[in-house]
Ligand binder design. Structure first.
Ligand code: TXA
Ligand code: MG
Length: 328
């Protein structure tokens, strides 16, 4: 096995205790969540939070989500309100992030959301994430554990790949196996009179609308003013993507969806032969990483995916993965 600077460990008690110690020391720890792997820092330690930005190469204006153990903790960090309470009751612990106004006496470092009066909070469901939060007793600021702009990690080895070269990566990677959801949390602006989606994610618009009424504003419209980290090009492999592809072109790798005859030939993968959108979400990032081989292919063709429900988030990620790369 190739040696690298971020040891990978299983998620036994001793490894989790070691991870908590690293967090207390201001170091970074990569850990599994139910959506994707996170690159965690003690949210109340400014230097640790700053090192998340440098490790990822993340633009300073793109704020971080603070993960917390339970709703009660949200009230220490943010101005809580009825909309947030209803969403939390229905979707926490789980893949939903609420953007709220920061409390004046919020103990989190201001660096989690530089130059903003808001803070994004999420209570994760993954048992390993919960053990870390319990051990630390404070919030954990954690973006997805990939280098900025790249495909999010759904397995420990993806984190290893991204931080193998260079310095400043996680002191430890906790390997909790493949992430179950495979796509990030839905981010909702809860600071306004009329809440709106800032980033499509694993909880669908339809599910949220079953609980509260959402602004009809598109995620991109509200995100432009509220979430400047929402870049057109993001979640991107290095090869160009061709969306709504019916079949592969010569020289292209191909990502199918649904019951099509995809042979076992190299460079041909199927997100879900059964046409199951949840299965496709769980596979998307890992399969994009597998097909992203610039030496072998010129691009990746991707078949159309239905846009309803969870499909909206998948299509959002594919559009960003296909967008021309911009300087960050
Ligand atoms: O599922 C997830 O959300 C994963 C896991 C690790 O929890 N985390 C994740 O974090 O995807 P990240 O940093 O890759 O994406 C966070 C998103 C970004 O689009 C960011 O702009 C937005 O949340 N965000 C964070 N704080 C915000 C704030 N105060 N106001 C508006 N948007 C915010
Ligand atoms: Mg990310």
């Amino acid at each position: 096995m190739q040696k690298n600077s971020s040891p990978v460990r299983c998620t036994d008690e001793a490894s989790i205790a070691a991870a908590v110690t690293f967090l207390r020391q201001g170091k970074l720890v990569a850990f599994p969540t139910e959506t994707v792997y996170g690159l965690g820092a003690d949210a109340e330690n400014g230097e640790a939070v700053a090192s998340v930005f440098s490790a990822k190469g993340r633009p300073a204006h793109n704020p971080l989500i603070v993960h917390i153990l339970e709703t009660r903790m949200a009230e220490r960090y943010a101005e809580w309100n009825d909309t947030a309470a209803r969403l939390a009751e229905n979707f926490w612990p789980g893949p939903l992030t609420l953007v709220l106004n920061r409390r004046e006496d919020c103990p989190a470092s201001a660096l989690v959301s530089p130059n903003r009066a808001t803070i994004a909070l999420r209570v994760p469901a993954h048992p390993v994430a919960r053990l870390l939060l319990k051990g630390l007793g404070r919030g954990i600021a954690a973006p997805s554990a990939n280098r900025s702009g790249r495909v999010s990690p759904t397995r420990a080895e993806h984190v290893e790949e991204d931080f193998r070269h260079g310095t400043g990566g996680p002191a430890l990677i906790l390997d909790g196996g493949p992430a179950e959801a495979g796509i990030e949390s839905t981010v909702i602006d809860c600071t306004n009179v009329q809440p709106a989606i800032l980033r499509e994610g694993f909880v669908s618009r339809e599910q949220i609308q079953g609980i509260i009424s959402l602004s009809s504003e598109s995620a991109s419209a509200r995100a432009e003013s509220k979430s400047p980290g929402n870049l057109a090009s993001h979640y991107a492999p290095s090869l160009p993507l061709r969306l709504n592809a019916a079949s592969p072109q010569p020289g292209e790798a191909f990502l199918a969806f649904g019951p099509v005859a995809v042979t076992n030939a190299p460079g041909r993968l199927n997100l879900s032969e059964a046409g199951d959108i949840k299965e496709a979400a769980a596979n998307l990032y890992a399969m994009l990483r597998l097909l992203d081989r610039p030496g072998e292919y010129e691009g990746i063709g991707v078949m159309p995916i239905p846009a309803q429900g969870l499909g909206a988030a998948l299509n959002d990620r594919l559009r960003r993965a296909a967008a021309p790369k911009e300087p960050q």
